[in-house]
Design a protein. Sequence first.
Length: 362
Amino acid sequence: MSEHIIDFINVYKEFEGVEVLSNINLYIKQNEFLPLLGPSGCGKTTLLRIIAGFEEPTRGDVHLFGESIKGLPPFKRRVNTVFQKYALFPHLNVFDNIAFGLKIKKMDKQAIKKKVSDMLKLVGLAGYGDRDIAKLSGGQQQRVAIARALVNEPEVLLLDEPLGALDLKFRQEMQLELNRMQKSLGITFVYVTHDQEEALTMSDAIAVMNDGVIQQLGPPEQIYNEPRNSFVADFIGESNIISGIMKRDYFVHFANTDFECLDRGFNENEPVQVVVRPEDINITKKITDDMIVGKVSSVLFMGVHYEIRVNGDNGFEWLIHSTDFYDVDDRVGFALEPDDIHVMEVSQYDKMRTDDVAEAGK
C-alpha cells in the first residue's frame, strides 16, 4: 500500500466568517496523480493553497509525511506550485527562469547547467534555453513553468488549473505530457481542475468537491460508474437522474416502472436517486411490450454520437447517446438491464432538485 504523503485532518477554513472548507478529511498517496475536481467556488483552490502554505486552516491540521506543517512557511515545505498564470519572469530567458530557484540556493553552476538541461529534455524543450519567454507559445510557457517547479525536486507538485489558458488541442497534448512526466518522475501531483474529462483521463484517483465538502474520493472508474450522490453523477459526465423507491435488495421502482438492479443494503421502500448513463441506453424502433416507449423530441450531432432526447410515455424525458440516427417524432423504445442502473442515497444536493421523491413510488 502506498504511503500517505499528505493528510488533511478535520480541516475547516473560513474567510471573514464564511466557511469555504468544512471538515475535510483527505489523504493523498505518495506518487499519486490526484485531481481536485469541482465547480468554481467549491474550495478546491483553497485546499491547494493550504498544502502550499499560502493559507492556513481555521481549524484542523495538515500533515506531510506524518508531520504537521501547520504554520510552516511555503519556502520550507517540500512542495512547489504551478499556477494558471504561469508567473514567469519576462526579463529572463528560458534557462534562467528554470534555474532561478537553484541560483537562490547558491548551487554550483555546473550542477545548475546539468539539472536545467535534464529538465528541458523532460518537458520537451531541449535547445530552448536561450529563448525569450515572450517568444514562446502558451503551451511552451506552461512547460517552462512546470520545469521551473520540478527542477527543485519537490515531493509534491501542486497545479492550479495550469491548462485553462490553452486551446483544446494543446490542452489534450499537455494532459498526456503531464501524465508522462508524473509517471517518469514518480512524485505526487495534486491538480485543481473543473474539467471532468481532464480529471478522468489523467488521474489515479479523483476528489470531487462541492460547497467546501469532498463529495467522493476514489478511482476514476468508480467515480463515474458508482457515483455516491446526485451531485457526483450530475457533475461527472451526463446522466439521467430520477427519484425512486428501493423496494428491496436488487429491486427498485422509478419512472413508474419496477426494475431489477445490482444494488443492495438499502432499507425496504427507502427513497433513493437512480442514475442511468445516456450511453447505456439502447433505443430501437422495434418496440416490444417490456420496453419504455416514447417519442424523439430532439437530435444533436456530437461528432462521435448523436445526443437524443426522448419524451417517454410515462412522463419522463430521457437523454440518450447513440451512434444511430433517429428523426424527431420517431417512436422508439428501450429496456434497461440491471447493470445499466445505479442506485444512490438521497443527499442534501437531491433536496434542492425539483423531483418529488415522495411521489416516486406512487
